[in-house]
Design a protein. Structure first.
Ligand code: SF4
Ligand code: SF4
Ligand code: FES
Ligand code: FES
Lengths: 740, 203
């Protein structure tokens, strides 16, 4: 709208900007960079404008008594990060007075700064160092003794604080309160004694603490794992994807001499903005871990023997070839899309087996994504951006900040804006109630139930919705009856569920088009055997309340969504085409192994012996398995039971794609060479196929992806040329949306 | 549409608050809170009340209780409490000696006086004697500069203190009744409330 624009002039260049935009942001539009420390576009301005680095000179038009207008210069320089643009403003950023003022500010900031850049991790990528070089005085006049404080005060297991270096910009404290929502950091004391701190005697246990290291404009907040491990100019950086959960944060993977060093966030407005969580930021050390496997292993009696790839491949091909239809595949949730596509071709096309499954139980008939309402792309998970704009988010047995960190930040952002209501349904004693970063304290409705009570809560909710006038015409009579009897039962959570029903109706009002409600089912609820009924009941409740939305079991592992989409499942093929004949799910596969009905089992990137819903059953089955081949990075408990272990490349050692929780296909790039003796999983699968007489020929992972895009309509918009750096959501591509 | 500000309950206290506020103190706090646009605005009087309810200092539980009653992050409460010198975060002696070392007193030898007091009491600034009788603090101008060096104990001022008078001063302070030494917080809250009620100062 034109009326919202104002005309301003910066350094002689006229431009139009939205009224009220901060001048520091307006200047960026024409490439004028104003040095700053405390200003950050994603943080509140509330406690800002405290570093005084961003000074500019301003003149504004003033009406004289005779009606003429003259430019009146403000007597003092202004902080451009807190100066809203107004009509006719004339701003100068490089006058002698400003240059002098900046020098003064820097000299002042450096009075108590130790200037120990040579031993500071931040040296080389430090805003204070850079600004001092560009704008600061060459020397200091300060000869008195500087303030001395502890150098590496441990705030938590991940972060140390060097209080001498802190310039009190409040970026870290604002991040903790505004974005992460745990508000564990604050300023104690005052004047020269002022210090950033957690509460006395407490720890910085936030799940997002690592972001403050990147936000800190000096070397005050530092990573304990990266401390003294390298200088920024000695590091190489590659664009990559975090592998620690399904959110698929875009990261910069820093490496040196073929070894992983650290993770920093890479900007992707649609996924992680510029954040990571601590699981990812501090969890990728495994890439260069001491336990990486570097050669194929073959079992001889009670021990493993290192063998060459030829022998390993020959052995696996022989066993699989003999087993034929009696071979099965489990896992794949940490493999790339390319690995998975070729793998399912090996099993389906070459071995003739449909026994593939990426799920570890116990509920196999659950439809992971149920859209409620019109015009939805079938099976499309909700996008992260969409979460921000919802009216109601229901966290159902989901420890959001831990399981779905970026989704948690989005929901919190929507809540902060004021339009999003949060409801939290969980077992008594859920970990979420104890976390510093949690949706529980900001939930308008909190339902707490007993172990295994999820279905009961869902039925009660449906019952309440029907009682309060919900449209029950589409609800099966049997379900409606169950819901009705659930409502009549007394229970401690009855009142909370009633309020949840009211909130649901509320969310449906006024939001006629578009989805306004999302229910995310977390790990605690997905281990409930009644999951299919829970999902059906919840979606019935949504539709009876007349809201458009989604009930979904979001993926949790890095490529769990890819394994779903690409048919690592007994009943569907890539793109959710129906499998004919259908195979067996992981529970049935393990039972068949135990009965001798499966002769060869392949497990990929999944420690089934610990992760299966019934670990003891998994171990018994694996023990009796005639031939077990495991592909993984290290010798997990499951791998230790294998007959052949094949070491595979990590995310840092190859190109490929993962599909994140919102169905976004995202590329990662090779950072350094794999250890000799390690291969890509899809190449292993193709080599085995070749040994068995079938060519599955691809020259590169790019070619595999191109073939996926050509053969799987779901991924038609996600070919190698379409993805770019930020990836493409298949649902958006199918719906014809551009860009997202 | 109202934006949600804070991390915790925002503009409401937590459902259940555990702590040491008496019912009268809770009522007193709620009365004060009613004068502010949001609960966290009442931070300073809330801390005074807490200091009184917790016997003259603000241990970690007191900080937590104030945070819960005002619905804001505990670290923010500790930040405010540690910003001002008249809230006592650490353990404080029954007789709390506040020695001015600001400009005039400094010129009049406050540093020497302070050192003499440290020696006499056997503690450093910021510490409390093992018997809990005395604690020592350094403060800014006490507004009686013509009598520097100035020492304040609770509601009482002692002027013209020099190193040679320190022995006598400590004995004199020992005679002060306990209650007199710690009731300062209570008085300040009362004054504030009284002003509010007669409308002389609000907010
Ligand atoms: S620790 Fe860093 S981010 Fe936090 S206030 Fe100090 S300089 Fe700013
Ligand atoms: S949210 Fe998930 S993808 Fe992002 S950094 Fe954390 S673990 Fe990694
Ligand atoms: S950037 Fe403007 S005052 Fe700090
Ligand atoms: S300087 Fe000590 S009372 Fe003023």
């Amino acid at each position: 709208m034109a009326s919202d624009l104002v005309n301003i002039t910066i350094n002689g260049t006229p431009l139009q900007v939205p009224a009220g935009e901060m001048i520091i942001e307006s200047a960026r539009r024409i490439g004028v960079e104003i040095p700053h420390f405390c200003y950050h576009p994603r943080l509140s301005k509330e406690a800002g404008a405290n570093c005084r680095m961003c000074l500019v000179e301003v003149a504004s038009p003033r009406k004289n008594p005779d009606g003429s207008v003259t430019l009146a210069k403000m007597p003092k320089p202004q902080t451009s990060c807190s100066l809203p643009a107004g009509e006719g403003m004339v701003i100068e950023t490089e006058t002698p007075a400003i240059i002098e003022a900046r020098r003064g500010i820097l000299e002042f900031l450096l009075i108590n700064h130790p200037l120990d850049c040579p031993i500071c991790d931040r040296g080389g990528e430090c805003p204070l160092q850079n600004n001092t070089l560009h704008y600061g005085p060459p020397t200091t006049r300060y000869v008195e003794e500087k303030r001395h404080l502890p150098k590496a005060f441990p705030l938590s297991e991940h972060v140390v604080l060097d209080r001498e270096r802190c310039i009190h910009c409040a970026r870290c404290t604002r991040f903790a309160e505004d974005i992460a929502g745990d508000a564990q950091l604050g300023f104690l004391k005052r004047g020269a004694d002022m210090e950033v701190s957690v509460r006395t005697g407490e720890q910085f246990t936030s799940l997002f603490s690592g972001n403050t290291i990147e936000l800190c404009p000096v070397g005050a907040l530092l990573s304990r794992s990266y401390r003294f491990r390298g200088r920024p100019w000695d590091l190489m950086t590659q664009k990559s994807i975090c592998t620690e959960c399904s959110n698929g944060c875009n990261i910069k993977l820093d490496h040196r001499a073929g070894r992983f060093v650290r993770v920093n966030a890479r900007l992707n407005e649609d996924v992680n903005e510029e954040w990571t969580c601590d699981r990812g930021k501090f969890g990728m050390d495994y890439l260069s871990g001491p336990d990486r496997l570097t050669t194929p292993l073959v079992r001889r009696g009670n021990r493993f023997e290192a063998v060459g790839w030829d022998e390993a491949i020959r052995r696996v091909a022989e066993e699989l070839g003999q087993a034929g239809r009696k071979s099965a595949f489990l896992g794949g949730i940490r493999s790339s899309n390319e690995d998975l596509f070729v793998m399912q071709r090996l099993f389906r096309e070459v071995l003739g087996s449909s026994d593939l499954d990426h799920r570890v139980g116990p509920s196999f008939d659950a439809e992971p994504v149920i859209g409620v309402g019109q015009g939805q792309v079938a099976r499309a998970p909700m996008s992260l951006v969409e979460l921000e704009g919802l009216s109601l988010f229901i966290s159902f047995g989901c420890d959001m900040a831990w399981e779905q960190p970026m989704a948690y930040l989005r929901v919190r952002k929507g809540w902060r804006r004021g339009a999003l209501t949060i409801a939290s349904v969980a077992r008594h004693g859920t970990a979420e109630d104890e976390r510093p970063s949690s949706l529980a304290p900001i939930s308008a409705v909190r339902v707490r139930h007993d172990e295994g009570g999820e279905l009961q809560v869902a039925l009660r909710l449906l019952g309440e919705v029907l009682r309060q006038g919900g449209d029950g015409t589409a609800v099966p009579a049997e379900l409606a009856a169950k819901a009705e009897s659930a409502v009549t039962e007394q229970g401690a959570d009855a009142e909370a569920v009633r309020r949840l029903a009211l909130t649901l109706f509320e969310a449906g009002k006024g939001a006629s088009d578009g989805r306004s409600v999302a229910v995310w089912i977390g790990e605690a609820a997905r281990t409930n055997r009644q999951l299919p009924d829970i999902l059906q009941t919840l979606s019935a409740a949504l539709s009876a309340a007349g809201v458009h939305g989604v009930v979904q079991v979001p993926a949790m592992e890095v490529n769990e969504q890819g394994a779903r989409d690409l048919g690592i499942a007994p009943t569907w093929l890539p793109g959710y085409e129906q499998a004919d004949p259908a195979g067996r799910n992981s529970a049935e596969i393990l039972a068949a192994v135990a009965q001798g009905d499966i002769a060869a089992l392949w497990i990929s990137g999944l420690d089934l012996a610990t992760r299966y819903s019934d670990p003891a059953a998994a171990v018994r089955a694996l023990e009796s398995c005639p031939f077990l081949v495991v592909t993984d990075l290290s010798l997990t408990k499951t791998a230790q039971m294998a007959d052949v272990v094949l070491p595979v490349t990590s995310v840092a050692e190859r190109n490929g794609t993962y599909t994140n929780v919102e169905g976004r296909v995202q590329r990662f790039w090779k950072a350094y060479d794999p250890p000799a003796g390690v291969r890509q999983e899809w190449r292993i699968a193709a080599q085995i196929a070749a040994r068995l007489g079938t060519e599955i020929h691809y020259a590169s992972s790019r070619e595999v992806l191109a073939d996926i895009a050509a053969r799987v309509p779901l991924y038609a918009g996600c070919g190698p040329d379409a993805l770019g750096d930020g990836g493409v959501r298949w649902a958006s591509a199918l719906a014809g949306e551009v860009g997202r | 549409m109202a934006a949600n500000g804070h991390s915790g309950g925002g503009d409401r206290p937590m459902d259940t608050v555990s702590g040491r506020f008496s019912p009268e103190a809770v009522a007193e706090l709620e009365e004060i809170v009613s004068h502010y646009p949001d609960r966290r605005g009442a931070m300073l009087p809330a801390l005074w009340i807490a200091q009184r309810e917790y016997g003259g200092s603000l241990p970690a539980e007191a900080i937590k209780e104030v945070a819960e009653r005002l619905g804001c992050p505990p670290v923010e409460v500790e930040g405010v409490a540690s910003f001002y010198t008249m809230y006592n975060l650490g353990r404080r002696g029954r007789r709390h000696l506040e020695v001015c070392t600001c400009l005039t007193c400094a010129v009049l030898g406050a540093a020497d006086t302070l050192r003499a007091l440290e020696e006499k009491l056997g503690i450093k600034v910021g510490q409390t004697t093992p018997d809990g009788e005395f604690s020592l603090a350094e403060v800014e101008c006490l507004n009686w500069c013509e009598a520097g060096t100035v020492v304040q104990v609770g509601g009482r001022y002692f002027g013209n203190v020099t190193p040679d008078k320190v022995d006598a001063l400590v004995e004199q302070i020992r005679q002060i009744q306990d209650t007199e030494a710690v009731t300062q917080a209570d008085q300040i809250v009362k004054v504030q409330l009284a002003r509010r009620h007669d409308g002389t100062a609000d907010g």
